[in-house]
Write a protein that binds this ligand. Structure first.
Ligand SMILES: [Zn+2]
Length: 478
């Protein structure tokens, strides 16, 4: 027991210091290590296998909706980045520049992509000619670099992995449908795979993507009451098409600019996963994306027949779930802690006494609940239990978010709410950026989204008291 206790103590309690808890979990669950350059991260095998499952689901959904994967270069010449004014202004502060090739200074600086709109823009201008070429639906899986001042694994790192979709359409309507469709896919991934409930809405002008007409977003609530932007989908209108001269010949023979979108989801959602479901014993991974859904831990495995039975069980369960077995000579207590730390949804215990009774013990990671299941029934029971865990995690996160979504009609209420029950605050807004900035200055909460589902909480702006235009969700955010 002494050893086990010490192991658990490596994770700081989240009530004590949430930031430290987060850092402890990413390390102890073996998700990442720090890179040599400040703010970079090494995604370790376990962390990467979770990301792969998220990636594969997304990829499948992109292909189902007609998108093709491509790969564009890492480098962008400075002159190309300058072409769309709002875009470069938005990204310039965090761009990493290549100035030398070997010993030679380059005649033009080259940017390491922070995102690839301009590269796609240049390509489309050369490759789209006629309405027959549309829509052009591309997606790229890649890394991007943003030179952030403060960094944290997954949440904000100099380099991260993501996908970026870039599409061209003949009409504004088609492009706007695409923008909404892709946000829907992100929401689906978050809610039905990551078990993270999200608010869907539009970003304000101040918070939208640099160069976009508008940005749609999904916003999730972390355990500490802060929000995490978990996926965004942008409608560009014809802004980039005008800047990059992307035109097509319509059926009547007229040159028309294309209407574009871009959308992205990144390894940031890994941070969301940790901060929504994790607890003081470590990570909790929702079954649908867990690399190992159930881990078999043989008890008293040195006794005759135990390991054989455990392997038989593994073979039997392989067909219904992603099952692992730990037959190493480490103590069962160590193994329990290890797989709790890694957040494996279900532990399957099997010892001599269980074998005698033709049963196994199933233990849920999320609630700690134990159940005894006969060997005849375990094949049917395990997949059902995994779905129960999946649903349980979602329900718990939804309850937490609902408890932490409050309303405010004036700044006094706003501040009180944020202090006493930090989370999302629903408040009316006049539409003025000035009020948005004032709220941020006074409370450090930012506008997260203008939800699609609007309500009328009051007739006046929470900040200035003038006539309200729309409901906004506000929160402190990562
Ligand atoms: Zn106002």
């Amino acid at each position: 027991m002494g050893k086990n206790k010490q192991f658990v103590e490596k994770v700081t309690a989240m009530e004590e210091d949430f930031a430290q808890w987060y850092t402890d979990v990413v390390k102890q669950a073996d998700l990442v290590d720090y890179g040599t350059v400040r703010g970079t991260m090494i995604i370790k095998p376990y962390g990467f296998s979770i990301w792969e499952n998220i990636r594969d689901e997304l990829d499948r959904k992109f292909k189902e909706t007609g998108h093709s994967n491509v790969y564009f270069p890492l480098f962008i010449p400075e002159s190309l980045l300058q072409k769309e004014k709002d875009h470069i202004e938005g990204f310039a502060p965090e761009v990493a520049w290549v100035t030398h090739g070997g010993d030679e200074e380059l005649s033009e600086r080259i940017c390491v992509r922070p995102t690839s709109e301009v590269l796609f823009g240049e390509y489309y201008s050369k490759n789209i000619h006629s309405y027959r070429d549309l829509p052009m639906l591309y997606n790229q899986w890649s890394n991007v670099v943003r030179w952030e001042k403060t960094t944290r694994p997954f949440l904000r790192s100099l380099e991260f992995l993501w996908q970026e979709g870039h599409t061209c359409h003949a009409t504004s309507e088609d492009a706007q449908d695409e923008t909404a469709r892709m946000l829907g896919i992100y929401a689906d991934i978050c809610e039905n795979y990551l078990a993270i409930p999200v608010y869907r809405g539009k970003k304000t002008e101040k918070e939208k993507f640099a160069g976009a007409d508008y940005t749609l977003t999904i916003e999730a609530l972390m355990h500490d009451g802060k929000a995490l932007q978990s996926g965004t989908s942008h409608y560009f209108g014809t802004g980039f098409a005008e800047a990059f001269d992307i035109r097509y010949l319509d059926k009547e023979g007229n040159q028309q600019p294309v209407h574009q979108t871009s959308w992205g989801m990144s390894t940031r959602v890994m941070g969301g996963l940790i901060m929504v479901h994790g607890d003081n014993r470590g990570l909790v991974v929702p079954p649908r994306i867990a690399p190992t859904q159930a881990m078999i831990v043989p008890i008293a495995q040195h006794k005759e027949g135990v390991l054989d039975k455990a392997y038989d069980l593994r073979d039997k369960l392989k067909g219904v779930a992603r099952v692992g077995i730990d037959s190493s000579d480490k103590m069962p207590g160590w193994k329990f802690n290890e797989y709790e730390m890694k957040g494996i949804p279900v532990r399957v215990e099997m010892g001599p006494k269980d074998i005698e009774k033709d049963q196994v013990v199933l233990v849920r990671r999320d609630t700690g609940e134990k159940e005894f299941v006969s060997l005849d029934e375990v094949e049917a029971r395990l997949p059902v239990l995994l779905e129960e865990v999946q649903q349980g995690l979602f329900d718990k996160a939804l309850n937490h978010r609902n408890e932490k979504t409050t309303t405010a009609t004036n700044m006094e209420e706003f501040k009180k709410s944020l202090e006493e029950n930090s989370g999302f605050i629903k408040a009316m807004w006049c539409g003025d950026t000035e009020c948005e900035e004032k709220i941020k200055d006074e409370t450090s909460a930012t506008s997260r989204c203008i939800p699609f589902e609007q309500e009328n909480i009051s007739d006046s702006c929470v900040c200035c008291g003038k006539e309200a235009k729309e409901l906004v969700y506000w929160a402190k955010a990562y």
